[in-house]
Structures are given as structure tokens and as C-alpha cells.
Design a protein around this ligand. Structure first.
Ligand code: G3H
Ligand code: 13P
Ligand code: ZN
Length: 284
């Protein structure tokens, strides 16, 4: 199958009340684990490349690996740029065949975030590439966050409405209490805020930092309008667990295939469990 856009994929998810998993990839084993999981679950899937992923593997390798996997796959696959940093990087990804991009202007003042995101939409839209924007700060650990801090960091519903109207983005990443990386305590999501945002914004909403978020919170977030869920850390941890286990059990092993092969089994277990949880299994 050809790569499909985020807009198309998330449109279906929104209509049918599920979320699509967006999994970060950095190498061949991760690409294969994600796409094999999607095929076994018959789930649409998003493979995304972060800044670190692009730096590590190189844009040529990332795009070639994902396109090769998508071509063979019998399920819809999207290739997405995660946390895009500049207009130039977005153009580079479009030239390399990404079917969707995220422009993360969340560190900029609101008006500058709007201007940059609108510029990206204006360039990407006509060539059939979808755009995810971000409003609010999905930062590090947000345990014991105060009410004042919440208002400063989390997505403001009125601003979200204005942001979507002014930029024309296809999907919006929001800050409602999740954070990237492993959590120290249990993350508490601000569902009232999500409901307020959902009342004002009709496009699909995106949840970042979803590794380690309790299942019940994920289910509630989907019920309240989250249509794309980003997972990276859970996959990294599965990968690392498998490598450590092989090395511990077979310290003399030096064949990369014997060391890395088992990571796929461990990663697929996690990915398939997420797909079931997101209710995107059997939707392709
Ligand atoms: O959103 C961030 C990713 O989870 C990790 O980014 O690959 O650049 O470390 P990185
Ligand atoms: P986690 O690493 O916390 O799963 O977050 C992934 C993410 O949001 C990528 O953009
Ligand atoms: Zn993220």
C-alpha cells in the first residue's frame, strides 16, 4: 500500500471512536515490529521519526525503511515527522515523501506559533501532506503540578479554538498532564480541560507522552476525543529489556541477529497490546 495521510487516517478514527497508535521508530527492527504488529492486529498505523531518530538513522534510511514496509503491508501506514522544528525541516520531509508532519511551535509565543504553523499548512496542504500542530507544553515530569502551573503549561481551550481556526491544522497535540519519558509517579490527566477543548475544536486531538499512562486514562481520553496516541518510551524499554536478557543469558553472543531479533518479539507484544487498548485493532 502507498503511504496514507494523517488526515485520512484520523478522520476514520474520529468517526468511529478509536485512536490510531503513533509509534516512534529509529531502526529496522522497530519499523518491522510496528508494521508486523499492525498487520497482525489489522490496525491502521503511524510510524513517526523524532529529531533524535532522524539524527540517528538519517532521513534517507528512515523514509526508505518505512516505505519498504508500507509497500508490503496490507494495512494503511502513515509516515509522520514528530516534533518538527522548522519550516525548512518540514520541506525536507515533504521532499522525502513523508505523508504528514508535525510542526511544534509550542515553545514560541502564541502569535509566532500560529504564524509558523499556518505557513506550514499553507505549504503542506496543496501537496497532500497533513499537519499536526501543538499548543501547550508537553514537558518533562509534571507530578504534583500546581493549579497556577497547570494554567501556564496546559492547553488553554479558547486559545486552542483560535489556533485551529487561524492555522487550519489537521490535528492538534494538546497538553493535559502527560509528559515525555518514564513517569516518576502516576500521571493525572486533566479530563475537564480535554472536554473543554473538545467542545471548541472539531479536528482530531493528539496525546503525546502516552507511555506509562494507565489504561483507564487512555480509554477516557479516547472517549473524550483523542484520536492519535504517541508511544515511544514503552518501545524503547521493551527493546532494552530484550537486549539485556539475551546478553545476560548468552554473554558470549556476538551475532547481531541473535541479539536484536528477540527485541522484535518484546516490542510487538507491547505494540499489539496498545493497538487493542486504542481500539484500532480490526479497523484496517
Ligand atoms: O517526542 C520525543 C520522542 O519521544 C523522543 O525524542 O528520539 O529525539 O529522543 P528523541
Ligand atoms: P513517550 O516517549 O512518553 O511515549 O512519548 C512519545 C511522544 O510523545 C513522541 O512524540
Ligand atoms: Zn511528543
Amino acid at each position: 500500500m502507498m503511504l496514507i495521510t494523517l488526515k485520512e487516517m484520523l478522520g476514520e478514527a474520529q468517526k468511529n471512536g478509536y485512536a490510531v497508535g503513533a509509534f516512534n521508530t529509529n531502526n529496522m527492527e522497530i519499523v518491522q515490529a510496528i508494521v508486523e504488529s499492525a498487520e497482525e492486529e489489522r490496525a491502521p498505523v503511524i510510524l513517526q521519526a523524532s529529531q533524535g531518530g532522524l539524527k540517528y538513522a538519517g532521513i534517507e534510511y528512515i523514509t526508505a525503511m518505512v516505505k519498504a514496509a508500507a509497500k508490503k503491508a496490507k494495512v494503511p501506514v502513515a509516515l509522520h515527522l514528530d516534533h518538527g522544528t522548522s519550516f525548512e525541516q518540514i520541506m525536507l520531509c515533504i521532499r522525502h515523501g513523508f505523508s504528514s508532519v508535525m510542526i511544534d511551535g509550542s515553545k514560541l509565543p502564541l502569535e509566532e506559533n500560529i504564524a509558523l504553523t499556518a505557513k506550514v499548512v499553507e505549504a503542506a496542504g496543496p501537496v497532500g501532506v497533513s499537519v499536526e500542530g501543538e499548543l501547550g507544553k508537553i514537558g518533562g515530569t509534571e507530578d504534583d503540578i500546581s493549579v497556577d502551573e497547570k494554567d501556564a503549561l496546559f492547553t488553554n481551550p479558547q486559545e486552542a479554538q483560535m489556533f485551529v481556526e487561524k492555522t487550519g491544522v489537521d490535528a492538534l497535540a494538546i497538553a493535559i498532564g502527560t509528559a515525555h519519558g518514564p513517569y516518576k509517579g502516576e500521571p493525572k490527566l486533566d479530563f475537564d480541560r480535554l472536554e473543554e477543548i473538545k467542545k471548541r475544536v472539531t479536528i482530531p486531538l493528539v496525546l503525546h507522552g502516552a507511555s506509562g499512562v494507565p489504561n483507564e486514562s487512555i480509554c477516557r481520553a479516547i472517549e473524550l476525543g483523542i484520536c492519535k496516541i504517541n508511544i515511544d518510551t514503552d518501545i524503547r524499554q521493551a527493546f532494552a529489556r530484550a537486549v539485556k536478557q539475551v546478553i545476560a543469558e548468552h554473554p558470549q553472543e556476538f551475532d547481531p541477529r541473535k541479539i536484536l531479533g528477540p527485541t522484535k518479539v518484546e516490542m510487538k507484544e507491547i505494540i499489539k497490546t496498545k493497538m487493542k487498548l486504542f481500539r484500532c485493532s480490526a479497523k484496517a
